[in-house]
Design a protein around this ligand. Structure first.
Ligand SMILES: Cc1cc2nc3c(=O)[nH]c(=O)nc-3n(C[C@H](O)[C@H](O)[C@H](O)COP(=O)(O)OP(=O)(O)OC[C@H]3O[C@@H](n4cnc5c(N)ncnc54)[C@H](O)[C@@H]3O)c2cc1C
Length: 447
C-alpha cells in the first residue's frame, strides 16, 4: 500500500465504482465519494452503488458485436462491473441482463471488502485539489458540482442535453445513390469543393415520392417517451426530425433536408430533398445523419432511415437519442488517458467524458482508474491501445474531429481498419483477435 494521499473518486456509479476497484487492486488507497442517498438525482431511486437507472441490460455479449468485444476486454482487465454482472445475471438470450438490486449490492459489497477503499457519503461540491482525482458523477451530476466543472473547463465545454442523430458506417452507404459535395460547392472552411467530387458532406438525394414516404414513416413510427424530468426540454433549434415531419409536408425540405445548393453533379439537377451525411471521425469511417436527431425506437430508426435510397443497406454504428446528459467537450479537454490536458492528475470518467451507455461508462472508468493509478504511483499514464474498443472509445472522446461533439457508444467503426482487406462477416473475429492480444500486451507491460 502506498503512503501518498488517497486518490479521490467522485461518484460511485458504473464508472466511479470500476475506477475505484482498479485503483484499489493495485494497492492504492481510494476515497470514494457518493452523494446518494443524502442527495438524490432525478433518476436514481436508491442509495446503492452502480444503480442502473433504466434498462437492466448491459447489452449484447455476442462475440461478433462491438459491445461484446468491449465486455471481453473488460473481463480481461479484471473488471468489477463485469464480475458483478456475472454474479447477478438473469436469462436474456445473448444480452447480459442483471437483477439490478443484486448487481448493485454485488458492486458495493466487493468494494466495501477492500481495505484500500474508504466510502464517504456526501455531495462533492468542488473539484478535489492537490491529489489525483477521478470525476465520475455521470449524466446527472449535481448542480453544484456541474457549476464547479463549468468554471474549470469553461461554459462552452460542458453540455447538459443530448440531441443525437444516428450514425452509419461510410462503407454501408450506396456510392451509386449518393454524392460528395457541400452546399453551393463551399465547405465549412469556406473552401470551394473541387468538381463536386469532394466537400464536407455525402449527399443522399430523394425524389418527391421517396421524400413523402420518409415523412409518413417518421410520423407513424414508434417513439421513446421522455422521463418526467426531461419533458418540455426540447429546443426549437434541435427538434427531433419526427417532430419536424409532423409540422408540415415541407418542413423537413425547408430545414435539414433542404436541397438548395446541392445539385447532383451527375445530372446537374436539384433533387427534391437531400439528407446530408457528415464525417463524424477524422478517418471518415462514421457518418452522421445531419439534423436527424430523433426519439424513435432503435428498430424504427433502422426501418425508417433505410427508406432513403442511399441508406437501404445502412449499418447503424450509433442510434439517435434525445435525453438529459451532462458531458464535456472531451476533444478540447481530455487526453486519451482521460486525464485533463490542463491539470495533471485530474481525470474524468463515465458518461461525463462523452461515452454513451452503461458498459461504455464502466469501461471508461476502468481506463481512467488504471491511468490514475499510474499517475498516483509517479508514472506517466499510458493510453489503452487504439486497436482495442476501450482504447478506441477513449481516443474518440479525446480527439474526435468535430466541433459539434456528441456522445458515442462502442462500435467497430471506431477501430482502425484491419491490416488487410477481408469480407465484412469475417471482420468481427479479426478485430477481436487483434484487440484481445493488444489488451494482453498492455497489461503485461504494466498497464
Ligand atoms: C435517465 C437515464 C436513463 C438511462 N438509461 C440507460 C439505459 O437504459 N442503458 C444504458 O446503457 N445507458 C443508459 N443511460 C446512460 C448511461 O449509461 C447511464 O447514465 C450510466 O449510469 C452512466 O454511468 P456513470 O458512471 O457515468 O454515471 P452514473 O452511473 O449516473 O453514476 C454517477 C454517480 O455520481 C453520483 N453523483 C453525482 N453528482 C455527485 C456529486 N456532486 N458528489 C458525489 N456524487 C455525485 C450519482 O449519485 C451517481 O451515483 C441513461 C441515462 C439516463 C440519465
Amino acid at each position: 500500500m502506498t503512503h501518498s494521499p488517497a486518490v479521490a473518486v467522485i461518484g460511485a456509479g458504473l464508472a466511479g465504482s470500476e475506477a475505484a476497484w482498479q485503483l484499489a487492486r493495485l494497492g492504492i488507497r481510494v476515497e470514494l465519494c457518493e452523494m446518494r442517498p443524502c442527495v438524490m438525482t432525478p433518476a436514481h431511486t436508491t442509495g446503492g452503488f452502480a444503480e442502473l437507472v433504466c434498462s437492466n441490460s448491459l447489452g449484447t455479449e455476442s462475440p461478433s458485436a462491438a459491445p461484446g468485444l468491449l465486455k471481453d476486454e473488460m473481463r480481461q482487465c479484471g473488471s468489477l462491473i463485469m464480475a458483478a454482472a456475472e454474479a447477478s445475471r438473469v436469462p436474456a438470450g445473448r444480452a447480459l441482463a442483471v437483477d439490478r438490486h443484486a448487481f448493485s449490492a454485488a458492486v458495493e459489497a466487493r468494494l466495501a471488502a477492500l481495505p484500500e477503499v474508504t466510502v464517504i457519503r456526501q455531495e462533492s461540491a468542488t473539484l478535489p485539489e492537490g491529489r489525483t482525482a477521478v470525476i465520475a458523477t455521470g449524466p446527472l451530476t449535481s448542480p453544484q458540482l456541474s457549476a464547479a466543472i463549468a468554471q474549470f473547463v469553461g461554459c462552452d465545454n460542458l453540455y447538459f442535453y443530448d440531441a443525437l442523430a444516428p450514425i452509419v458506417t461510410a462503407e454501408s452507404v450506396d456510392p451509386e445513390l449518393s454524392y460528395w459535395g457541400s452546399r453551393y460547392g463551399v465547405d465549412q472552411k469556406g473552401v470551394a469543393a473541387a468538381g463536386g467530387g469532394s466537400g464536407d458532406y455525402l449527399n443522399c438525394p430523394l425524389d418527391r415520392l421517396q421524400y413523402l414516404a420518409l415523412r409518413s414513416a417518421l410520423v407513424a413510427a414508434p417513439r421513446h417517451l421522455p422521463h418526467p424530468f426531461e419533458r418540455g426540454r426540447l429546443f426549437e433549434g434541435c427538434l427531433p426530425v419526427e417532430v419536424l415531419a409532423e409540422r408540415g409536408e415541407d418542413t423537413m425540405r425547408f430545414g435539414p433536408l433542404k436541397p438548395v445548393g446541392l445539385d447532383d453533379p451527375r445530372s446537374g439537377l436539384r433533387p427534391y430533398a437531400v439528407l446530408q451525411l457528415r464525417r463524424e471521425d477524422s478517418s471518415g469511417h462514421l457518418l452522421n445523419l445531419v439534423g436527424c436527431q430523433t426519439n424513435l425506437t432503435q428498430a424504427a430508426q433502422r426501418e425508417v432511415f433505410r427508406l432513403v435510397p442511399a441508406l437501404r443497406a445502412a449499418e447503424f454504428a450509433r442510434y439517435g437519442a434525445m435525453h438529459r446528459n451532462t458531458y464535456l467537450h472531451g476533444p478540447r479537454l481530455l487526453r486519451p488517458t482521460l486525464e485533463t490536458r490542463s491539470r495533471q492528475g485530474l481525470f474524468f470518467a463515465g458518461q461525463l467524458t462523452g461515452v454513451e451507455g452503461y458498459t461504455e461508462s464502466a469501461a471508461s472508468g476502468l481506463a481512467a482508474g488504471l491511468a490514475a493509478a499510474a499517475r498516483a504511483m509517479g508514472r506517466e499514464p499510458r493510453p489503452f491501445p487504439d486497436v482495442t474498443m476501450i482504447g478506441a472509445l477513449c481516443r474518440f472522446v479525446s480527439s474526435a474531429a468535430t466541433e459539434d461533439f456528441q456522445p458515442m457508444n462502442a462500435n467497430f467503426g471506431l477501430l482502425p481498419p484491419l491490416e488487410r482487406r477481408c469480407p465484412r462477416r469475417e471482420r468481427p473475429l479479426l478485430y477481436r483477435r487483434r484487440s484481445l492480444d493488444a489488451v494482453a500486451d498492455f497489461l503485461a507491460a504494466g498497464a
